[in-house]
Design a protein around this ligand. Structure first.
Ligand code: SF4
Ligand code: SF4
Length: 268
């Protein structure tokens, strides 16, 4: 009999314990939100869906190079000098048409490495995290805004410009040989110029050059000391003027003539 009442008490007691927890949570703040009607606010730097502002994209490809899973595909077309593509919001000049800018978000691992190297800060993470699709192809986001006709026109302009530049280069190359012979006479004048130099050197070195014609320029330098004694003959003409000029003038064979003066010095 006592066991019967004991069992009834245990049943009531456990219900009261369970209800105690329920009653306690009736007066606490709810933490569950009614998603998707209610959405939780994400942290400021959360990584979610990528977005590219094509008005600021210069097609530098740095984001694609930084991507570790190669989910960014960029194609560009060079603009010609006569086309002004304008500036980005940070003042960078745009020189390339961005004909394709695709991000395969199905491959993306949300590492954020593509965001940091962008020089114009035009690729960024958004707070959009709901972009499930039925078709995988729909997860490739295409940001380029050029139409196929615009891309073709840009490519045609570039091809025409390249051809024009190639023609100009060919014309310049053809004109070069015509300019080269014009320089021919100039070198002919140069050999004539050294000839006057020895002539100006004076009559005294003229004897030496005759013996050593190829070394003519060198004696010209030596001839200057010869001129010096000529200007100052009274100062010290006798002691060295007689011997030194003789040693200086034959610079073609300087080693042997210097031997003679020492003999003179020793004899006296
Ligand atoms: S977040 Fe990472 S994986 Fe995704 S596109 Fe950028 S670099 Fe590539
Ligand atoms: S790094 Fe920035 S500017 Fe360069 S291609 Fe990528 S999105 Fe465009």
């Amino acid at each position: 009999m006592s066991r019967y009442f004991r069992g009834v008490w245990d049943g009531v007691y456990t219900v009261l314990i369970g209800m105690k927890v329920t009653w306690r949570h009736l007066f606490t703040r709810a933490v569950t939100i009614q998603y998707p009607d209610v959405k939780v606010k994400l942290p400021e730097r959360a990584r979610n869906r990528l977005y590219v502002n094509m008005d600021d994209c210069i097609g530098c490809d740095q984001c694609a190079m930084a991507c570790p899973v190669d989910c960014i595909t960029i194609e560009t077309v060079k603009s010609t000098p006569d086309v002004d593509l304008g500036l980005t919001s940070v003042g960078t000049k745009k020189r390339l048409y961005v004909s394709q800018f695709d991000i395969d978000i199905a491959k993306c691992c949300y590492c954020g490495l593509c965001v940091y190297p962008c020089p114009t800060e035009c690729i960024k993470m958004t707070d959009v995290y709901e972009f499930s699709e039925y078709e995988r192809e729909n997860l490739v986001y295409r940001f380029a805004v050029m139409t196929p006709a615009e891309i073709d026109a840009a490519k045609s302009r570039l091809v025409a410009y390249d051809k024009e530049q190639a023609a100009k280069k060919a014309a310049a190359a053809a004109a070069r040989p015509a300019a080269a012979p014009a320089r021919g006479p100039a070198p002919a004048a140069s050999p004539s110029s050294p000839a006057p130099k020895p002539a100006a050197g004076g009559p005294s070195p003229a004897a030496a050059p005759t013996t050593t014609p190829p070394a003519a320029p060198a004696p010209a330098a030596v001839s200057t000391p010869a001129a010096a004694p000529a200007t100052t003959p009274p100062a010290a003409p006798a002691p060295a003027a007689g011997s030194t000029p003789a040693a200086a003038t034959p610079p073609a064979a300087p080693s042997t003539p210097p031997a003679a003066p020492p003999k003179n010095d020793t004899n006296p």
